[in-house]
Design a protein around this ligand. Structure first.
Ligand SMILES: Cc1cc2nc3c(=O)[nH]c(=O)nc-3n(C[C@H](O)[C@H](O)[C@H](O)COP(=O)(O)OP(=O)(O)OC[C@H]3O[C@@H](n4cnc5c(N)ncnc54)[C@H](O)[C@@H]3O)c2cc1C
Length: 292
């Protein structure tokens, strides 16, 4: 089926985008790489009259880092750039890895990490690791900008806290905590580039031989990526041991309520939550210990 008819404008400044969003409201959609949006249009899930292309706005394509603000990624930065960036590989390996296992090479060459988040699929590859790192979204409009924790960003499948007139302009990731490591794990039916049936982002911070802090986020087990709160409680302050890591994995699984769908049964998803969480923690602990 051909795409429905639409107009396309590719402004060179954000101010032009804000004006267009003010004028067209619900009738307009922003397009970054278009790898989600055009498929939805083809399937008539969305039928905007106007597409506003963001790729001509050169100031939205960047990766910046400093020791105070941490990592900042512009809205149109592609998954390919993120996965191959040496600084991200070094300081945020889980972000690099998640980007590298999202979709295929040709999709990653045009798709953005911000588009992946705005699409708000429960299985989005880039959400769990970014959530575990307490990343934030800068949302901008004609009225100004606000910064929202990614944890408060997702509202349902395909739904976010963004207003129609807002643009997700920058992804902000804090400087990693001392003695910490974040790991991303996914399992998918056919290959690692396939959509995840379960994915997990875990941030582990050690204090000597104990868990000082742990963030665990699970994808594809609920309408939005969710925090495994009970499992985090099991970890906090506990001495590192094989036994406790198994208990944390079990608590993450016990707290998850996935559904059965075409990709997996709920039982398999629960089992995979336990195994992936456990593996992520083991890997994080050994990488922190190796750095000492
Ligand atoms: C073959 C194929 C395989 C795929 N495999 C995977 C996979 O393994 N894992 C996975 O997670 N995803 C996968 N995807 C989905 C998709 O590639 C990603 O979600 C991608 O990162 C989307 O980015 P994009 O720049 O193309 O977004 P677009 O399609 O341009 O936009 C997606 C949505 O976000 C909105 N949007 C985009 N940028 C902004 C912005 N700056 N501010 C506000 N709203 C914005 C758009 O209006 C649209 O609603 C796959 C897609 C295809 C086609």
């Amino acid at each position: 089926m051909p795409l429905p008819k639409f107009d396309f404008i590719a402004p060179e400044t954000l101010n032009e985008v804000y004006e267009l969003l003010e004028k067209y409201g619900e009738k307009a959609r922003l397009k970054a790489g278009g790898t989600d949006l055009l498929i939805k249009m083809n399937n008539r899930v969305v039928t905007p009259e106007l597409l506003i292309g963001l790729k001509q706005i050169k100031s939205l394509d960047y990766i910046k880092y400093d020791e105070v603000e941490g990592l900042r990624i512009g809205a149109t930065t592609t998954l390919s750039k993120i996965s191959s960036d040496p600084l991200i590989k070094d300081k945020y390996p889980s972000i690099s890895y998640a980007a590298s296992v999202t979709a295929t090479t040709h999709v990653r060459n045009s798709a953005s990490v911000v588009g992946n988040l705005c699409n708000a699929a429960p299985s989005a590859d880039n959400a769990p690791a970014l959530l575990a790192l307490d990343a934030k979204a800068e949302l901008s409009s004609k009225k100004g900008s606000r910064v929202v924790r990614l944890e408060d960003f997702f509202k349902g499948p395909g739904l976010t806290c963004m207003e129609r007139k807002e643009v997700f302009t920058e992804l902000k990731v804090p400087v990693p905590k001392p003695n910490s490591m974040t790991i991303y794990k996914k399992i998918s039916p056919r290959s690692k580039v396939d959509i995840a049936i379960v994915n997990v982002g875990v941030m582990v911070q050690l204090d000597g031989d104990s868990f000082k802090d742990m963030n665990i986020f699970l994808g594809a087990v609920a309408p939005i990526p969710v925090r495994a709160k009970e499992a985090e409680k099991v970890a906090k302050g506990a001495k590192v041991s094989e036994d406790i890591i198994y208990k944390i994995g079990k608590a993450a699984s016990d707290g998850a309520s996935p559904i059965t769908d075409v990709r997996s049964s709920k039982e398999y998803r629960k089992l995979m939550v336990e195994i992936l969480t456990r593996r992520a923690i083991f890997e994080a602990v050994s990488l922190i210990q190796m750095k000492r």
